[in-house]
Design a protein around this ligand. Structure first.
Ligand code: EPU
Length: 338
């Protein structure tokens, strides 16, 4: 375990906004965390960090930031077609995906190169290219931050939905994730729901299409479309894609009869790419102060160098207002403000 006072967050989050935490603690095991909980300063805010790739510090953090370095990985059980792996919350997400692909365990390959860590992936229900991590989670082991009590929560009770789970709603801030158990397939069946991946697969001989190739393609797509936070501070998609009713979608499409509005049907309604709405409002590639909209993907806000959190929020607010007044659609940040 390591503890730091007045700790610079520069290397711990990807937006590159300058901020300090009163205290930062890296712990290595559930026992470490259990020993820590009773001695945390009373009345001080506590926030549990992951890889810092989906948040924006609004200023210095006047409290304690906890971070897991639990990096174990064990095979819990086997069945004919599936393997169950119990993974420490502190594993880097993409290293874990790489481990799975290398060991011929399938299901997570479409989630390649997503920044962050295993624990946060289970909180956030990370998703991309037609895949969501919640579909592969069996259970999540947590520790209640108030009491130090351990619990195992089944996948069903996590209530996974698009970019959300109960860890982000009614259980917000209550738990530290210790371990996540995944169910992975031993036989590869490609997930080709995302059109560019399907089109790529059609160019490849069936015998050669494997998870390593899909992973490689996804890494290539992400590197082409998304900024590298080491070069340009960002937190990936800044906004969630809004879901509207079928009726709202039909009305919108009628107003824009001259063009096809991109849309995906979901169980809850019609999902519209926020990037399309933002681009149509003329924001793609534009800047406000030292914050900007990435020129290759309008969903990503970037720190153009020395931006403050206020500048990024001002840009986000302007975009939300413009999308609302032009399309009547409310878009909401996916990024967590701390
Ligand atoms: N589009 C635009 N302008 C742009 C970018 C996209 O009009 O600048 C439109 C196009 O019509 C395009 C559609 O939006 O076909 C969808 O674009 P894309 O496939 O890039 O996906 P997205 O909906 O913008 C979501 C995730 C991404 C994930 C991709 C791929 C959210 C909030 N974002 O973006 O996640 O990589 O799908 O599955 O759901 C992240 O969370 O950080 C992230 C990058």
């Amino acid at each position: 375990m390591e503890k730091y006072d007045h700790y610079s967050l520069a290397s711990r989050h990807t937006f590159g906004v300058e901020a300090y935490a009163d205290y930062w603690i890296d712990y290595d095991s559930p026992e470490d965390l259990a020993a820590l909980i009773p001695i945390l300063p009373t009345g001080m805010p506590v926030f549990h960090m992951g890889g810092g790739s989906n948040l924006l510090f609004m200023g210095d953090y006047k409290g304690v930031l906890l971070h897991s370095r639990i990096k174990t990985l064990e095979v819990v059980s086997h069945a004919e077609d599936v393997m169950f792996l119990r993974v420490g919350a502190g594993w880097n997400w993409d290293e874990f995906v790489d481990y799975c692909v290398t060991h011929h365990l399938y299901g997570l390959e479409n989630l390649s190169l997503i920044p962050g860590e295993v624990g946060a992936a289970a909180v956030q229900n990370i998703g991309a290219y037609g895949e969501e991590v919640g579909r592969h989670i069996v259970e999540v082991e947590v520790m209640e931050l108030k009491t130090g009590q351990r619990k195992t929560i089944s996948q069903k009770d996590c209530d996974y939905s698009y970019r959300s789970s109960r860890f982000k709603t009614d259980w917000k801030g209550m738990y530290a994730v210790l371990y996540v158990t995944f169910q992975l397939h031993k036989h590869f069946v490609p997930n080709l729901t995302y059109a560019p991946i399907r089109e790529f697969a059609e160019t490849v001989d069936d015998r050669e299409l494997d998870a390593a190739l899909i992973r490689e393609k996804i890494i290539q797509i992400r590197q082409e479309k998304l900024p590298d936070p080491r070069l340009l501070g960002n937190a990936g998609s800044f906004f969630k894609n809004p879901v509207i009713s079928e009726k709202e979608y039909q009305d919108l499409q009628a107003r824009y009869a001259h063009q096809q509005i991109p849309a995906y049907r979901t169980d809850n309604g019609v999902k519209i790419p926020a990037a399309w709405l933002i681009e149509k409002c003329g924001w793609k590639g534009r800047k406000l102060g030292r914050a900007g909209v990435y020129r290759k993907q309008a969903l990503v806000l970037v720190n153009l160098g020395g931006a403050t959190a206020d500048e990024i929020v001002a840009l986000s607010d302007r975009i939300c207002q413009d999308v609302k007044s032009r399309f009547g659609i409310i878009i909401q940040p996916e990024v967590i403000f701390v």
